[in-house]
Design a protein around this ligand. Structure first.
Ligand code: FO1
Length: 319
């Protein structure tokens, strides 16, 4: 079975670990969000691609869900000693190696998709990891700071500001001019099922869908598209999805996110058991829906979620 997954960072990566356990023989292609990418210290950092690669490759810092395990921060300390910032983004020594290799290859003229493939040669994530595009797309957030309205890079909003101020707007800068990376549209066209994991619907899945051609390819793929709600009990399971959902006028509920994606895209939607009352509303939007446990409390729980998603996809295929 060929499965395509649109993944952001921590939630998407953890879901993928469960999907691999639930469907060990499946051929999984991950279309990774690159809107979180940031250029720091002359290096290109790709948080969501790295989180998928490290999580599935066994190098992730499990508690954090990002960055490398067994990290040290000597480079970060030395940079700070020189007064070279920013200090608010925690790049570890091991992680720096990934960004140096990536930047070296990009400077040599390799596209991000080729770079990602090369990095995955080491990590062997057991999925094909494609960036959504090889073009530069960076999500910026419009905020009101000290009485003035400004746009800050997503990472500054997320990490330095901890999403403590309302997001007035979320803009994937460069998305309109970007094109799907090699292999993305082909993977979607050849997929037997397409999954939206519990990633941020605005800055992760939403950003991937903002690359011209990807949303249309998924809508026209003619195979089941099933998503899992990142919102449980009217709150994001992790992160601050509610802050960016507000920016796009979507209430922070499991049903509202399904409606936001729409029946033109989604055939099925899983909500957590605490949101069982949302099932009727989601079905009324023309999307199959089931309430199952959605807390990724461990590999087995996550694998069960993935099985539920694949089951719902088969029901949608028959419907
Ligand atoms: N998240 C934080 O909350 N604090 C950090 O200092 C931080 C550093 C960081 C470094 C590399 C990397 O790949 C991810 C990092 N993240 C950090 C997480 C990152 O902001 C998020 O994983 C994604 O951008 C959103 O999914």
């Amino acid at each position: 079975m060929r499965i395509v997954v649109l993944a952001g960072g921590i939630g998407g990566a953890r879901f993928l670990r469960g999907l691999k356990q639930a469907a060990p023989d499946a051929d999984i292609t991950v279309i990774g969000n690159t809107g979180d990418d940031i250029h720091l210290f002359g290096l290109k950092v790709c948080p969501d691609l790295d989180t998928v690669m490290y999580t599935l490759g066994g190098g992730i810092n499990e508690e954090q869900g990002w960055g490398r395990s067994d990290e040290t921060f000597h480079l970060k300390e030395e940079l700070a000693a020189y007064g070279v910032g920013p200090e608010w983004f925690g790049l570890g020594d091991r992680d720096f190696a990934t960004h140096i290799v990536r930047t070296q290859m990009i400077t040599a003229g390799f596209p991000l998709s080729a770079v990602t493939e090369a990095l995955c040669d080491r990590w062997k994530p057991g999925v094909r990891l494609l960036p959504m595009t090889d073009d530069r797309v960076e999500t910026h957030v419009a905020v009101e700071l000290d009485g003035e309205r400004k746009a800050v890079h997503f990472q500054e909003y997320w990490v330095r500001l901890r999403a403590s101020v309302p997001a007035e707007a979320v803009v994937p800068v460069g998305a309109e001019q970007s094109k799907p990376a090699p292999g993305v549209l082909e993977a979607i066209a050849e997929a037997d099922v397409i999954l939206f994991p519990p990633s941020n619907p605005v800055v992760s899945v939403g950003t991937i869908l903002a690359v011209p051609g990807i949303r249309e390819a998924i809508a026209d793929a003619g195979v089941p598209v099933v998503g899992l709600s990142p919102i449980v009990g009217d709150a994001p399971v992790r992160g601050m999805a509610d802050k960016v959902l507000a920016a796009v006028g979507v209430e922070s509920t499991a049903a509202a996110v399904a409606e936001h994606y729409g029946s033109g895209l989604l055939d099925g939607w899983l909500v957590d058991t605490v949101d069982a009352d949302a099932v009727t509303r989601v079905k009324a939007a023309g999307i199959l829906c089931r309430a199952v446990p959605l807390m990724m409390t461990g590999p087995d729980a996550t694998a069960q979620m993935a099985r539920e998603a694949l089951t719902l996809a088969e029901e949608a295929r028959e419907a």
